[in-house]
Design a protein around this ligand. Structure first.
Ligand SMILES: [Zn+2]
Ligand SMILES: [Zn+2]
Length: 163
């Protein structure tokens, strides 16, 4: 392992990364700085027993259009707000890499968390992810992989049949 790449700062994705980065000496890249809001909220959440994310710090915030390298791969960063304001997906190639909790097979990320926004999320999916191509598959933060074409055809939230 060479680094920890975060799509967004929710505890189910970023929890434990502070310890991991300290123990293994790994830098943390991402998410977008808008998610600092969630990181700052961790200490109070920890008191409600969601433990493990205290002290996460990004060694590098990710901006739309920037590149991150993982091994010998170079990925383009796509800022895809909606689920959280600072969600950063990584694209390039096929599969398109990580989309965090933006898009799932047959579903989309929740937008009922603080600063989540449904319309913003739909726009992120349609304007940032779908243009990558129908044949491109993606790795969601939860559940099985899918392709953007399959979601455009059948996802009840963002399919082409839904305006
Ligand atoms: Zn999330
Ligand atoms: Zn999640």
């Amino acid at each position: 392992m060479e680094k920890i790449l975060l799509t967004h700062a929710h505890i189910d994705h970023a929890g434990g990364t502070a310890e991991l980065s300290k123990e293994m000496g790994l830098p943390i890249e991402g998410p977008h700085k808008e998610d600092n809001f969630w990181i700052q909220a961790y200490p109070s959440r920890r008191r409600c027993s969601l433990s493990g994310a205290g002290g996460v710090h990004a060694d590098r915030w990710l901006e739309d259009g920037e590149e991150v390298t993982v091994g010998n791969q170079t990925l383009e960063v796509l800022h895809c707000p909606g689920h959280t304001r600072g969600t950063s997906c990584s694209s390039t190639g096929n599969p398109a890499g990580m989309v965090g909790d933006v898009l799932f097979q047959g579903s989309i990320g929740r937008t009922d968390f603080p600063k989540g926004d449904y319309n913003t999320l739909i726009r992120s999916i349609r304007e940032k992810l779908f243009p990558l191509g129908d044949e491109v598959s993606f790795i969601p933060g939860h559940g099985p992989m899918s392709t953007f074409g399959q979601e455009r055809a059948s996802n009840p939230f963002v399919s082409d049949h839904r305006s």
